[in-house]
Design a binder for this molecule. Sequence first.
Ligand code: GRF
Length: 211
Amino acid sequence: MKQLAIFVSGRGSNFREIHAAAKSGDIPANVALVVTDKIQCPAADYARDEGIEVVHYPAPNVGPPALLRALEQADIDYIVLAGYLKLVPSEVVQAFPQAMLNIHPALLPAFGGKGYYGRRVHEAVIASGAKVSGVSVHFVDEEYDHGPIVAQVVVSVQPDDTPDTLAKRVLKQEHKLYSRVVAALCRGEVHWREDGVPYVEPPIMLQDITK
Ligand code: GRF
Protein backbone atom coordinates (compact mmCIF):
# COMPACT_ATOMS: atom_id res chain seq x y z
CA MET A 1 0.00 0.00 0.00
CA LYS A 2 1.44 3.37 -1.06
CA GLN A 3 1.57 6.21 1.45
CA LEU A 4 0.44 9.67 0.32
CA ALA A 5 1.11 13.14 1.69
CA ILE A 6 -1.39 15.77 0.56
CA PHE A 7 -0.35 19.44 0.63
CA VAL A 8 -3.22 21.94 1.03
CA SER A 9 -3.86 25.60 1.73
CA GLY A 10 -7.62 26.08 1.61
CA ARG A 11 -10.91 24.44 0.86
CA GLY A 12 -9.56 20.96 0.19
CA SER A 13 -12.16 19.63 -2.20
CA ASN A 14 -9.57 17.77 -4.30
CA PHE A 15 -8.01 16.40 -1.11
CA ARG A 16 -11.42 15.12 0.08
CA GLU A 17 -12.04 13.43 -3.29
CA ILE A 18 -8.66 11.70 -3.16
CA HIS A 19 -9.16 10.69 0.45
CA ALA A 20 -12.58 9.23 -0.38
CA ALA A 21 -11.11 7.32 -3.32
CA ALA A 22 -8.32 5.97 -1.11
CA LYS A 23 -10.82 4.86 1.52
CA SER A 24 -13.00 3.12 -1.07
CA GLY A 25 -10.00 1.36 -2.60
CA ASP A 26 -10.23 3.17 -5.97
CA ILE A 27 -6.79 4.58 -5.15
CA PRO A 28 -4.56 1.84 -3.72
CA ALA A 29 -3.02 4.12 -1.11
CA ASN A 30 -3.40 5.57 2.34
CA VAL A 31 -3.43 9.30 3.09
CA ALA A 32 -0.81 9.28 5.82
CA LEU A 33 -0.01 12.97 6.17
CA VAL A 34 -1.39 16.40 5.37
CA VAL A 35 0.93 19.38 5.05
CA THR A 36 -0.45 22.90 5.18
CA ASP A 37 0.81 26.46 5.40
CA LYS A 38 -2.58 27.46 6.84
CA ILE A 39 -3.14 25.42 9.94
CA GLN A 40 -6.78 26.57 10.34
CA CYS A 41 -7.93 26.08 6.74
CA PRO A 42 -10.98 23.86 6.03
CA ALA A 43 -8.73 21.19 4.49
CA ALA A 44 -6.63 20.96 7.69
CA ASP A 45 -9.81 20.85 9.80
CA TYR A 46 -11.06 17.97 7.67
CA ALA A 47 -7.76 16.11 8.05
CA ARG A 48 -7.85 16.44 11.83
CA ASP A 49 -11.50 15.26 11.90
CA GLU A 50 -10.42 12.23 9.89
CA GLY A 51 -7.54 11.49 12.24
CA ILE A 52 -4.85 12.28 9.65
CA GLU A 53 -1.60 13.78 10.98
CA VAL A 54 -1.25 17.45 10.00
CA VAL A 55 2.13 19.17 9.63
CA HIS A 56 2.31 22.96 9.57
CA TYR A 57 4.80 24.05 6.91
CA PRO A 58 6.28 26.56 6.52
CA ALA A 59 6.00 27.48 10.18
CA PRO A 60 8.35 29.39 12.52
CA ASN A 61 10.03 26.21 13.77
CA VAL A 62 9.43 24.01 10.72
CA GLY A 63 11.80 24.47 7.79
CA PRO A 64 12.64 22.13 4.89
CA PRO A 65 14.70 19.64 7.02
CA ALA A 66 11.82 19.16 9.48
CA LEU A 67 9.38 18.76 6.62
CA LEU A 68 11.61 16.15 5.00
CA ARG A 69 11.89 14.27 8.30
CA ALA A 70 8.09 14.24 8.71
CA LEU A 71 7.72 12.85 5.17
CA GLU A 72 10.35 10.18 5.83
CA GLN A 73 8.87 9.21 9.19
CA ALA A 74 5.47 8.71 7.57
CA ASP A 75 7.15 6.61 4.86
CA ILE A 76 5.65 8.77 2.13
CA ASP A 77 5.82 7.39 -1.41
CA TYR A 78 4.04 10.20 -3.25
CA ILE A 79 3.25 13.84 -2.60
CA VAL A 80 0.00 15.26 -3.98
CA LEU A 81 -0.34 19.04 -4.09
CA ALA A 82 -4.01 19.97 -3.90
CA GLY A 83 -4.39 23.73 -3.76
CA TYR A 84 -1.10 24.29 -1.90
CA LEU A 85 -0.10 27.90 -2.52
CA LYS A 86 3.54 27.86 -1.39
CA LEU A 87 6.49 26.77 -3.46
CA VAL A 88 7.72 23.32 -2.37
CA PRO A 89 11.34 23.63 -1.16
CA SER A 90 13.95 22.26 -3.55
CA GLU A 91 15.16 19.73 -0.92
CA VAL A 92 11.73 18.11 -1.04
CA VAL A 93 11.41 18.34 -4.83
CA GLN A 94 14.76 16.57 -5.15
CA ALA A 95 13.84 13.92 -2.57
CA PHE A 96 10.69 12.99 -4.52
CA PRO A 97 11.72 12.68 -8.18
CA GLN A 98 8.79 11.65 -10.41
CA ALA A 99 6.78 11.33 -7.22
CA MET A 100 5.07 14.69 -6.69
CA LEU A 101 1.94 15.80 -8.53
CA ASN A 102 0.10 19.12 -8.79
CA ILE A 103 -3.25 20.02 -10.29
CA HIS A 104 -3.88 23.29 -12.09
CA PRO A 105 -7.32 24.56 -13.20
CA ALA A 106 -6.35 25.48 -16.78
CA LEU A 107 -4.55 23.99 -19.76
CA LEU A 108 -0.85 24.42 -19.03
CA PRO A 109 1.51 25.79 -20.17
CA ALA A 110 -1.01 28.63 -20.65
CA PHE A 111 -2.43 30.50 -17.65
CA GLY A 112 0.01 29.09 -15.13
CA GLY A 113 2.93 30.24 -13.02
CA LYS A 114 3.31 32.59 -10.10
CA GLY A 115 0.16 34.60 -9.43
CA TYR A 116 -2.08 32.28 -11.45
CA TYR A 117 -4.13 30.68 -8.72
CA GLY A 118 -7.79 30.45 -7.75
CA ARG A 119 -10.14 32.91 -9.39
CA ARG A 120 -7.31 34.73 -11.15
CA VAL A 121 -6.74 31.78 -13.48
CA HIS A 122 -10.33 31.79 -14.67
CA GLU A 123 -10.44 35.60 -14.97
CA ALA A 124 -7.38 35.46 -17.23
CA VAL A 125 -8.85 32.67 -19.36
CA ILE A 126 -12.11 34.58 -19.87
CA ALA A 127 -10.31 37.86 -20.57
CA SER A 128 -8.15 36.16 -23.20
CA GLY A 129 -11.15 35.02 -25.21
CA ALA A 130 -9.97 31.40 -25.10
CA LYS A 131 -12.81 29.06 -26.04
CA VAL A 132 -11.47 26.10 -24.07
CA SER A 133 -9.92 25.75 -20.68
CA GLY A 134 -9.46 22.62 -18.64
CA VAL A 135 -7.47 20.76 -16.04
CA SER A 136 -3.78 19.87 -16.03
CA VAL A 137 -2.09 17.37 -13.75
CA HIS A 138 1.68 17.67 -13.82
CA PHE A 139 4.76 16.56 -11.95
CA VAL A 140 6.29 19.20 -9.74
CA ASP A 141 9.65 20.85 -10.26
CA GLU A 142 11.11 23.92 -8.64
CA GLU A 143 8.93 26.44 -10.49
CA TYR A 144 5.21 27.11 -10.13
CA ASP A 145 3.02 25.07 -12.53
CA HIS A 146 6.04 24.12 -14.60
CA GLY A 147 6.89 20.38 -14.38
CA PRO A 148 6.00 17.81 -17.05
CA ILE A 149 2.30 17.36 -17.79
CA VAL A 150 0.91 13.87 -17.22
CA ALA A 151 -2.81 14.30 -18.01
CA GLN A 152 -5.27 16.95 -19.14
CA VAL A 153 -8.99 17.35 -19.69
CA VAL A 154 -10.58 20.05 -21.84
CA VAL A 155 -13.51 22.10 -20.53
CA SER A 156 -15.44 24.52 -22.77
CA VAL A 157 -15.56 28.23 -22.03
CA GLN A 158 -19.04 29.65 -22.63
CA PRO A 159 -19.64 33.22 -23.90
CA ASP A 160 -21.52 34.15 -20.72
CA ASP A 161 -19.11 32.49 -18.28
CA THR A 162 -18.04 34.32 -15.17
CA PRO A 163 -14.91 33.22 -13.27
CA ASP A 164 -17.24 31.43 -10.85
CA THR A 165 -19.24 29.50 -13.45
CA LEU A 166 -16.07 28.47 -15.27
CA ALA A 167 -14.34 27.52 -12.00
CA LYS A 168 -17.29 25.30 -11.10
CA ARG A 169 -17.25 23.49 -14.45
CA VAL A 170 -13.48 23.01 -14.24
CA LEU A 171 -13.53 21.86 -10.61
CA LYS A 172 -15.96 19.06 -11.42
CA GLN A 173 -13.42 17.68 -13.87
CA GLU A 174 -10.51 18.27 -11.48
CA HIS A 175 -12.08 15.97 -8.94
CA LYS A 176 -12.46 13.16 -11.46
CA LEU A 177 -9.11 13.54 -13.22
CA TYR A 178 -6.95 13.93 -10.12
CA SER A 179 -8.19 10.76 -8.44
CA ARG A 180 -7.61 8.82 -11.67
CA VAL A 181 -4.07 10.10 -12.09
CA VAL A 182 -3.15 9.48 -8.45
CA ALA A 183 -4.58 5.97 -8.77
CA ALA A 184 -2.56 5.39 -11.95
CA LEU A 185 0.61 6.60 -10.24
CA CYS A 186 0.04 4.29 -7.27
CA ARG A 187 -0.61 1.35 -9.61
CA GLY A 188 2.58 1.93 -11.57
CA GLU A 189 0.65 3.05 -14.65
CA VAL A 190 2.58 6.29 -15.15
CA HIS A 191 5.49 5.79 -17.54
CA TRP A 192 8.18 8.10 -18.89
CA ARG A 193 9.23 8.73 -22.46
CA GLU A 194 12.96 8.96 -23.08
CA ASP A 195 12.68 12.72 -23.48
CA GLY A 196 11.26 13.07 -19.97
CA VAL A 197 7.56 13.27 -20.82
CA PRO A 198 5.20 11.22 -18.61
CA TYR A 199 2.10 9.42 -19.83
CA VAL A 200 -0.53 7.09 -18.38
CA GLU A 201 -0.75 3.57 -19.79
CA PRO A 202 -3.31 2.06 -19.92
CA PRO A 203 -4.72 5.51 -20.68
CA ILE A 204 -7.33 7.23 -18.55
CA MET A 205 -10.61 7.11 -20.48
CA LEU A 206 -11.37 10.81 -20.74
CA GLN A 207 -14.81 10.16 -22.16
CA ASP A 208 -15.75 8.54 -18.83
CA ILE A 209 -14.66 11.67 -17.02
CA THR A 210 -16.25 14.33 -19.18
CA LYS A 211 -19.71 12.83 -19.57
C1 GRF B 1 -8.05 23.83 -7.44
O1 GRF B 1 -8.71 24.58 -8.42
C2 GRF B 1 -6.71 23.36 -7.94
O2 GRF B 1 -6.69 23.13 -9.32
C3 GRF B 1 -5.82 24.51 -7.61
O3 GRF B 1 -6.29 25.01 -6.39
C4 GRF B 1 -7.67 24.68 -6.25
C5 GRF B 1 -7.81 23.94 -4.96
O4 GRF B 1 -9.16 23.67 -4.64
N1 GRF B 1 -4.44 24.11 -7.59
P1 GRF B 1 -9.48 22.68 -3.46
O5 GRF B 1 -8.74 23.22 -2.22
O6 GRF B 1 -8.97 21.33 -3.86
O7 GRF B 1 -10.97 22.72 -3.28
